[in-house]
Structure formats: C-alpha cells, structure tokens
Write a protein that binds this ligand. Structure first.
Ligand code: EPU
Length: 428
C-alpha cells in the first residue's frame, strides 16, 4: 500500500506547469474510435485514468504508438471488438464513453457499468435517454450495458439534469448519425468544448458547444487529426488553493485563465492577490484567509471538483463559511478526515458549515476519493508536523507527477511503499 508522507507548514513558492485536462482526455481518447484514420493526441496527462483508457483502446484492437510521455498516436482502423468488460475498464467513470463511441462507430456497444468516485448514486439514465432518442435499444445483459441500433438517426434530446457525461456520450453517438441531433440543457464545461473542437477537427459538424444547446449534424466519415488537449482546470485550481492555504507565492503555467474564473473569484474573496497573464496565473497570500461562502454548480459555476480543496482552505479562515454542494448527493465524505486534523466542520445535508480554526494539526488520513485526496494533500501541506495520506491510488487517477510538482514548489512530500522492505522512497 502506497502513501504520501508530508511534513507541512512551509509556504509553497515557485512555478508549476499544469498538465492536460483529465476530463477532456477521458472523452477525447474514446472519441478517436470514431475516426477512419489514425489520430495524434498531445498534452495527455500522465495519470492512471489515461493509462487505463489506453489499455482498453488497445484491447479493442486499436494500434497505439507512444510518441512521448504526453503524446500518443492511435490507429482505430484495426478495432475488432465492441465489448469493454469490467476487467478492462477497471472501475473508471469514463468507461461509459465507450458506449457512445462504439455505438457511433459500429451501431453496437457492450460495456460494463461505469465506476469512479463514490458520491452516492451516479445514474446514467440521461445517457440512455439520449441513445434511445437516436434509435438505440438499451438493455442490461449479464451485468453489462448493451446498446444496439439498426442505424442511428439524429433527434432532439432535452437533458433533465445538466450532465457532463450524458452530453459527451450523446455527442459521441450523434456525430456520425443520420441528420441533426440537438442536445438541450447541455453541459457547458471546457472539456465539452474541447471534445467538440477535436471532433470538428476530424470533420464533424458540431455547433454550440459551450452553450446550453448543442447542434450536431451527422457526417459519414471522420478523418485523422492531430490535437492538443486543453490544460486541466482542476489541477490548476488545486495548486492555486494549495498556494493560498500555505501562504505561498506560486505561478501556474500552461493554463487558460478564463477556465479558472470562478475559482479565482473565490480565492480573491478569501484575500488572495492574483495576477492573470495570457497562459499563466500568479497567486500570493499572506495571513489567514477570510471566510467565504461557496456553492458548486455546473460550469460556469464553481466546479464541484474543487469543493473539497476550497473547503480545506476555509477550514483555517477567520470566521464561518458555508460550502454548498449543488451537483452531487454526497460529496462530503472527506470531512471526517479533515476533522481528524482539527477542522471544525458540521455537515447538514448538502451544506457544510465551516468554522475556521487558526491551524490544522498533522494526522494520518485517507483519500476517500480523487478530489478528497487532493484536499488531504493541501491539509498536510498546511499543518505543521507529519501527515500521512493513504489510499492514494484515487489521487493517481487525476494528478500527474504530484510529488515532483509539489517538491518543485518547496514542499516536503514523499511517496512511500509499505510493502517495500527497505521502504524505498519513490519519486524523491
Ligand atoms: N446525473 C443524472 N443522470 C445521468 C447523469 C447524471 O441524474 O444520467 C446527475 C448526477 O447524479 C449528478 C449530476 O447529474 O448529480 C451531474 O453528473 P454528471 O453526469 O455531470 O457527472 P459525470 O459526467 O459522471 C463528470 C466528471 C466529474 C465531475 C462531474 C460534474 C468525468 C469523467 N467526470 O462526471 O469529475 O464531478 O462531471 O462536473 O468527466 C473528478 O474529476 O473528480 C470528477 C468526479
């Protein structure tokens, strides 16, 4: 069992380069299956979710050539299967995108139900509603989701909830369908726009991505393309919050500041001094953060994937803050861990009342999911003394080279493997 060991209490200082966006990469990689020619994907983050997707694409029969650590060429012309089993998809949330991509490619897909972080119930009824509107029949057979259509025909789909996954899956299935598909009440996240840009660069005809109404006119063929994934908004936000939480002075590079607006706005409310440049952002913080209320919402609202991190910063604020979760039913499971470090947080349904304390205390804690894990790292960096964070495989799903990046900023953080007799330090 691997864990992070952090000796906290030092302000972060320096520059950190942000990698490609996880939630764009996990949509764009399955989208390559729709192409009739090889594609080159650049700026892929070095995270375990991307490795798992590449393994699944390889298993489906595609040829993959790794060009460098963040670039691959994928030739989907040799794909000879439409089945993604549980063993192949390894409990990823994004495995559901093989449903849309394989339906779009060969009019059928058999995929294990998606996994991912545990935030309570994570239904995919809106994905299925979209596939059915396009003419597919969707059944559950032997625990697998089976979608099949004689042919896919464009249609209008109104999403009952703003869903990133359903918007992406319907785009994937509709891009080669006959006629026009209209997705209403679509998600507007930057990764939706990135997927549309990638598909359009292959010859698709998608309009309106980034607004609540996306129009997709089906095309017969998609050609190969070379495409660079956008920077990760959540990785960027996590480093900004870590800098603020430690009273640091950090510049994040390779970012799109516009994608960070809601995060930057809240950090300014807490007293951070922020300067935006074309592709970088500097943050400086002195003293304790001010209290501030946060409500998570679909884009352009404050992202739910930054909720545990900002709550951790507010745990040491002057005054009482209220953080309300507007996307997931249960995204406060990390609060118990923060309480072990001395935070004073009361959760009542979808809100957490955070009474700031002067400082957190180092303690052994767990990453209960991906962003909760990021919050534990931030807490460990804030607290004087030694914090250990266990169950870090969750964190590896979404943060590339985390130890190296924080060490570059002056943090004392190491990765230990309990099974190693010598307790060898990796990534030191
Ligand atoms: N929902 C439904 N029915 C559906 C789909 C969603 O009721 O068919 C509900 C969900 O229960 C939730 C809300 O709609 O209450 C939003 O869910 P959404 O479908 O947007 O989430 P997702 O596509 O499963 C993606 C990200 C999550 C991120 C959410 C919200 C990926 C792989 N995952 O999940 O990212 O929290 O959008 O922005 O893109 C993370 O990166 O840590 C992460 C969890």
């Amino acid at each position: 069992m691997e864990k992070f060991v952090i000796n906290g209490g030092k302000p972060l200082k320096g520059t950190v380069r942000i990698g490609g966006a996880k939630n764009a990469a996990v949509a764009i990689l399955p989208a390559v299956l729709l192409s009739d020619e090889p594609c080159i994907i650049e700026n892929l983050p070095e995270i375990s979710d991307v490795s798992a997707l590449l393994r699944a694409i390889d298993f489906l029969g595609a040829k993959i050539r790794v060009i460098d650590k963040s670039t691959v060429e994928i030739d989907p012309t040799t794909v000879n299967s439409f089945v993604v089993t549980k063993r192949i998809s390894e409990g990823m949330r994004a495995s559901s995108y093989f449903l849309g991509a394989l339906l779009g490619r060969c009019n059928k897909a058999r995929v294990a139900p998606p996994g991912g972080c545990d935030f309570g119930v994570r239904p995919i009824d809106q994905h299925i509603k979209g596939f059915e509107a396009l003419g597919a029949k969707v059944t559950i057979e032997n625990g697998m989701i089976f979608a099949k259509a004689p042919s896919l025909v464009g249609s209008s789909v109104y999403l009952d909830v703003v869903s990133v996954g359903a918007t992406i899956n319907i785009m994937l299935a509709a891009v080669k369908a006959n006629g026009l598909t209209v997705i209403e009440n679509a998600a507007r996240e930057p990764h939706i726009v990135d997927l549309a840009n990638f598909l359009n660069s292959m010859g698709a005809n998608i309009m309106g991505a980034g607004t609540g109404v996306i129009k997709i006119r089906g095309v017969r063929h998609l050609h190969g393309a070379s495409y660079s994934i956008i920077p990760d908004q959540i990785e960027a936000g996590t480093y900004l919050v870590a800098a603020a939480a430690t009273g640091g002075d950090v510049t994040i590079t390779n970012v799109t500041p516009k994608h960070l607006e809601s995060i930057i706005a809240k950090l300014i409310e807490t007293g951070a001094d922020i300067t935006e440049y074309d592709e970088s952002v500097n943050i400086k913080m002195t003293g304790r953060p001010k209290k501030c209320n946060v409500k998570t919402m679909p884009h352009p609202g404050f992202p739910t994937d930054m909720q545990p991190q900002i709550a951790t910063l507010l745990a040491i604020s002057e005054g009482t803050s209220i953080v309300t979760e507007g996307v997931w039913d249960n995204r406060f499971r990390y609060v118990e861990q923060l309480t072990l470090m001395g935070a004073d947080i009361q959760v009542d349904g979808k809100s957490a009342v955070i009474t700031g304390v002067p400082r957190l205390k180092a303690a052994p804690v767990r990453a209960v999911d991906l962003r909760a894990g990021a919050a534990m790292i931030i807490a460990g960096l804030m607290a004087k003394g030694t914090t250990t964070v266990e169950d870090i495989d969750h964190i590896d799903r979404g943060y590339e080279n985390l130890v190296e990046k924080f060490r570059e900023l002056g943090a004392d953080i190491k990765r230990y493997d309990d099974h190693s007799e010598l307790n060898i330090v990796k990534n030191a």
